[in-house]
Ligand binder design. Structure first.
Ligand code: FPP
Length: 248
């Protein structure tokens, strides 16, 4: 049994990023349609968002739909967008009441218009909220994001709005979708795969990675606490020696 009381408040991550994997396998094991796995996965989203808000996590980034996911069967894509719309429609009041700000990263403009509208409305409605940022990756790919940042910098430089002498990690980060957000401290991936899957490649440079065999629809509050307890046992060295870190 993992509880909130086992956590050290001062050592909680500011930013948690999650690759929510295993919805399909969860459904397959029960001989259900894949979309049923996503539907249950949505319940996990609700639980984890709630638990993170209660813990005072500043940013929660969820990998909801990757650029590669466009290659899935049309019916599954439709079903996923339907779920996203349902989630935002039914939860927006509660999210807003809990002072949660919705953001998205990725090609929002490539989503069906009705989905875009619901996401944009949620972003607009919660713009001034300061309790937690719920950042949803939609039509997102990290290499694409990096190339986009390079293109933005090149075009600013060509227009004399940016001097290449000012190019450094900070100024580059400002051109990513995640501009202004701290890098993730913890990446959680469910369902056992040891991969990053084109997610936040730049931002994950020093992130602690936690992989669990638990499938996303089975990941709830308990599993989140377990991941956080594991995270808190680690020593983050950022390239220093263990002794140097202890002396800080
Ligand atoms: C991975 O499982 C999951 C996805 C591609 C989609 C995740 C989306 C949701 C949980 C719902 C929408 C989210 C939000 C934030 C409102 P998989 O299908 O790759 O599983 P498999 O690897 O077992 O097939």
């Amino acid at each position: 049994m993992h509880t909130k009381d086992q956590l050290i408040k001062e050592k909680l991550p500011k930013h948690i990023a999650i690759i929510m994997d295993g919805n399909g396998r969860w459904a397959n094991r029960r001989s259900l349609a894949r979309i049923m796995g996503h539907t249950r996965g949505m319940e996990s989203v609700k639980q984890v968002v709630k638990a993170c808000r209660e813990l005072g996590i500043q940013v929660l980034t969820l990998y909801a739909f990757s650029l590669e996911n466009w290659q899935r069967p049309k019916t599954e894509i439709k079903g996923l967008f339907k779920l996203l719309k349902q989630y935002l429609r039914s939860e927006i009041k509660a999210l807003d009441k809990n002072n949660i700000q919705i953001k998205s990263i990725g090609h929002l403009e490539s989503l069906p218009e009705d989905v875009q509208n619901v996401v944009r409305e949620a972003i607009e409605k919660t713009r001034a909220n300061s309790g937690m940022i719920l950042n949803v990756a939609l039509s997102y790919g990290s290499r694409d994001e990096i190339l986009r940042a390079v293109a933005r910098i090149v075009s600013k430089a060509a227009a004399n709005n940016f001097s290449l002498a000012a190019l450094n990690e900070e100024t580059f980060s400002q051109e990513l979708y995640t501009a202004g957000l701290p890098d993730p401290d913890l990446l959680i991936r469910t369902s056992g795969e040891m991969r990053i899957s084109n997610f936040l490649l730049w931002q994950l440079a020093y992130t602690e990675i936690y992989v669990t065999d638990v499938l996303w629809p089975d990941f709830g509050r308990q599993e989140l606490y377990k991941a956080l307890i594991d995270y808190q046992k680690r020593q983050r060295r950022f390239g220093l020696t263990g002794e140097q870190v202890k002396g800080q």
